[in-house]
Design a protein around this ligand. Structure first.
Ligand SMILES: [Zn+2]
Length: 108
């Protein structure tokens, strides 16, 4: 596992998990949301957009990784195990613009 600090990473729909990490339903749901994002972005555009958004957010306030729209969608909905049944295509786009202040985010 070359990705330090991550418990799991989803590459082309294949989940790589750090040794000893418990695959909870929540974590699986998080990764399944990423799989849906990757499919609708034809994989290559997902990784491009993910990387570009991370680069743009890097100098901005907050944790760049956590603020990537793909991650915000996954973190916000991972506890809803029915989320993928009702999810609209490209739902991550609603997270591109920073949430209004009533939406509480953990700041690191
Ligand atoms: Zn994620």
């Amino acid at each position: 596992m070359p990705f330090h600090g991550f418990s799991a990473i989803n590459l082309l729909g294949i989940l790589f998990v750090h040794h000893g990490v418990y695959l909870s339903e929540e974590l699986m749901n998080h990764e399944r949301i990423h799989s849906a994002q990757q499919r609708e972005m034809l994989f290559v555009f997902f990784y491009l957009a993910y990387f570009i958004e991370w680069l743009i957010r890097l100098p901005l306030r907050g944790n760049a990784y956590r603020r990537i729209s793909f991650e915000q969608e996954a973190y916000s909905n991972q506890r809803n195990l029915n989320y993928l049944k009702q999810r609209r295509l490209y739902a991550w786009r609603h997270y591109l613009v920073s949430r209004p202040s009533h939406h509480k985010h953990k700041t690191f």
